[in-house]
Design a protein around this ligand. Sequence first.
Ligand code: 0WD
Ligand code: CA
Length: 420
Amino acid sequence: MHAQWSAHSRRPARGTKASTPRRSATARTRAETRTSGPDPRPPAPAAAAAQTTLTTLSVWRQLYERDFPLYKQPLEVGCFSLDSRRRFFNDARQLRYYVAPERKIPNFDLRAGYRERFVRRDDGVKEGLDHILRWILANRAKLQAPDAAAASPPDCALGVDFVTWRGHLTKLLTTPYETREGWLLAATRLRGTLYVSEVETDAARAERLARTERHSEMMYWGYKFEQYTCAAEPRGRPDEGGVVNTNEAFCTVVRTRLANHRLLFSGEVDCRDADPRAPPGPACYLELKTSAEICTAKQRSNFHRFKLLKWWAQSFLPGVPRIVAGFRDNDGMVVSVETYQTSKISQLIKNEYNCWKPTVCMNFCSDFLSFVQSVATEDDPRVVYLFSWEPHKEVSYTVHRDTQYCFLPDWYLREMTHAQ
Ligand code: 0WD
Ligand code: CA
């Protein structure tokens, strides 16, 4: 069952089903060596010398229809907050508390306040992994707990193989089913840990700059719904007349393992269960969503096929158990609210023909991380491996030394390479 956390490693049973085509990791990749890309250098010597230099990774779904991989129950190791001016705090001051709507038909007006009470984060400012890195520096002692240190080789300073945003992992999980948007992920190795940070694609940048007023307003609706359903205090009430400021965020930091990859990632959390007896994070967290109301069978099918995939992937990764969805009409009025158990979503979609499968998402992500491990071998933050994917293509990469792609800031490198 995908819903349950696997406590033991289950090896993918290769070649047990005769009906599905199955190829080895090497056969699955093309033998061509890729030297094209933004800079014309040959591949780094370390990458070229690797035993099996996989140069591309296939995204073909059937390759990933194996047993569900090990995914350990995510453990919250900390959290941080970003305030209205995007300043970092190593605490939970921005955590909010869920307040269920009083009426079955809430009629929340999501358009209210868009012009007068909306402070929008400047999404042209690329923060990379900076907030997570700040959190790591402030919590190094926690990360290097005795058991973690003993279990990790001395050349792996943090005791994890990957550091990234949850949102980047969500994109990886949904890649086998994505037909519209590609991605660029930069990876760099420092003291044994791979840091993975997104680079905006030209297409995403063009879309951001060409965003229509209508689209911009619809992006606001999601935040407005949060305001109607969240309070700043455990027994507080929502402040419907307040300012919506998208600079503010509460982020959880979790540790987990996918197959043999030890992961440390952070994700923004909308709110928690207001009951003080609720379990600790991430089990007490809720994800809030808005979506167009479903009126036809076709709309329901699309909702299952596309939206629930994204919702499931995003909440499954950090172990957020519940998703509260506000369904709205075209005028931005919330007409119903529904709670989904993350662990039951894969059952809900079973009746859809040729629908997405959690195991494909997780196996693809795991294989991609193995691919990154095998490619990004040089332990040097001045070297960035850029992984690129476009729909209907394979994942490929290029290597960049001392370029604008470098993303670990000096303040982080100084701390990590000096004082142990
Ligand atoms: O600079 C950037 N392009 C990135 C910023 C890339 C990745 C992350 N971030 C920041 C976000 O500003 C946010 O503070 O990291 C935090 C979220 O990280 P995540 O949880 O890993 O991202 P994701 O799962 O994609 O998004 C979670 C929520 C979103 O909720 P919905 O329900 O819409 O999925 O974070 C918010 C949004 O509420 N969010 C953002 N808020 C402001 N600006 C952004 C953004 N660019 N992206 C996500
Ligand atoms: Ca949300």
